[in-house]
Design a protein around this ligand. Sequence first.
Ligand code: MN
Length: 348
Amino acid sequence: MKLSFRWYGAEDAIPLQYIAQIPGMQAVVTAVYDVPVGEVWPRESIRALKSSVEAAGLLFEVIESIPVHEDIKLGLPTRDRYIANYRENIRRVAEAGIKCVCYNFMPVFDWTRTETEHVLPDGSTTLVYYEEQAEAVNPLDSESDLTLPGWDASYTREELKRVVRQYRGMSGEKLWDNLKYFLEGIIPTAVEYHVNMAIHEDDPCWSIFGLPRIITDEEKLDRLLKIVDVPNNGITLCTGSLGCSAQNDVVKLAAKYAAMGRIHFAHMRNVAVLPNGFEERAHLSSCGSLDMYAIMKALHDNGFDGYIRPDHGRMIWGEKGRPGYGLYDRALGAAYLNGLWEAVSKQG
Ligand SMILES: [Mn+2]
């Protein structure tokens, strides 16, 4: 495995040198953040990212994410232009040495939580999702105040309502059709440029606000991989996204898809599954519902050689910053993942 760390570019409060000081850290996962979704990334921006990452002694091999324009997910006639742009972005990042691109296919709302600073008993803060809080916000209701943390702040409230309305009545099958059209448009380019596409599961892995969500469990992942059945059409195994549903056996999924050579990137995060939702917890197995040792062992024993990063961390030691993406708890997570990997490797 290649240990990596997400970094939000020059705007990120965490210096690359701090990331490089984490033992065993090999790579930075980042993106061009100042280009509107759907447009082509300037080569100068990609080059600038690459040179700053490499100057810190880290590899620039994974992009998270190249976002997918809403018109592609909606299947609008304008999608062909955005798919052509997506292909061009794959070519451009490949030319800069990128080997893996993470993306997701969630309508409108990316990761969704109901609180970003929930205080745990030890005084740390974390991201949580409680059903009763989510149910109090209905984006289709003009009277609702429509704010949950994590939503794309670039939308005005009216724009958000408009785009949600466009999905009204869309079935999961229609979204599958649109995903198929997208994959058939981009995977040949990924193959040609030796880039592994790694779709991220929907987070949380269930439908929210009546919007379809389709990358949620084993059956759906099987279906996704078969649409274009080549290694370059792969997944990001996000343990926290799949693991927030007790229906998903993350250890089994890690073993199965690693053995198939289809996991290119792994997000390691622990969550506590609750009757009314879930809380993100420290990475250690005993802090949440997931057996992180068993997941790492499943990856190792099935030949996984892709990138791994500690996913969200709590805010600890008084750190202030981007929810889920502080330095300290993710660095502790990285150290823990190193320990697990060393142990499973030496056990052979
Ligand atoms: Mn993730």
